[in-house]
Design a protein around this ligand. Structure first.
Ligand SMILES: Nc1ncnc2c1ncn2[C@@H]1O[C@H](COP(=O)(O)OP(=O)(O)OP(=O)(O)O)[C@@H](O)[C@H]1O
Ligand SMILES: [Mg+2]
Length: 109
């Protein structure tokens, strides 16, 4: 299994959620995060001056899926999260050893 950890623009979240549903995925964990990428934040013009905003609000989505599903899920996230401007986000892919459903003890690996 793989964990897809996608850090995206908050305003794209509903599109990405829909795209994941269209891929047949229901389970996910979503959290608000703050981060920065290659540009180390952004410069904003504010009251005639420049203000450097270091950490920008993003949404982090975590989905655990089979290895075989990883490429098409990554593609679906990229297509639905993209605006083409800097700051569209990052996707990290992590190995997952096991998943256990608490209610039944059912395991996947
Ligand atoms: N090297 C990194 N390690 C951990 N998180 C990162 C890293 N780079 C980016 N992120 C996370 O991804 C979010 C989105 O980053 P962002 O879209 O600005 O990526 P980027 O690589 O700078 O691409 P772009 O040039 O399109 O802005 C950041 O807010 C941060 O949470
Ligand atoms: Mg960036």
């Amino acid at each position: 299994m793989k964990m897809i950890k996608a850090i995206i623009r908050p305003e794209r979240f509903e599109f990405v959620k829909k795209a994941l549903e269209n891929q047949g995925l229901s389970g996910m964990t979503v959290m608000p995060v703050e981060g920065r990428g290659d540009q180390k934040g952004i410069s904003l013009q504010y009251r005639g001056g420049t203000v450097q905003v270091d950490l920008i609000p993003k949404v982090q989505i975590e989905v655990v899926i089979s290895d075989a599903d990883a490429d098409r899920v990554i593609q679906a996230i990229c297509e639905s999260a993209k605006t083409g401007k800097r700051g569209d986000g990052r996707i990290f892919v992590l190995p997952v050893e096991r998943s256990i459903k608490v209610r039944t003890g059912e395991q996947e690996s």
